[in-house]
Design a binder for this molecule. Sequence first.
Ligand SMILES: [Zn+2]
Length: 146
Amino acid sequence: MIDDTVRAICRDLLDTMRQTTHSVGVAAPQIGVALRIFCVDVTGHPKTRTCHGELVIVNPRLVVAHGSVRAREGCMSVPDLTGDVIRSEEVVVEGLTPDGEGFEVRTDAFEARAVQHELDHLDGHLFVDRVASARHLHARRVYRSD
Ligand SMILES: [Zn+2]
């Protein structure tokens, strides 16, 4: 159910993402809120194809996932590491807007990766849980927070 509290959390998520340099997404558990809400914005990222700009999804549900691509990922919750993670290439996610309207996001490439990364946060998973082995983890040389 969408109420003022949920809408305030949506604004907090967007503020956190905008204020974190290079962040391409934040999930509610990362700001201490046990709700299924996340935001992503992959605008301008070189690996982006489909781009919805700033996207906030309440109660998201992955309904379609195709393909499989391994690529490097980072996370503001794991600042010292990046990892090579296999994700679906194309996804469709259903959810609610911050105003409570149902909608569907169909996306691919880097935005699909960001969406799957944030969905994982809602289930308590970090990208480090997804790497095939320790050699797929890398120490960060350049600090970004995406
Ligand atoms: Zn993350």
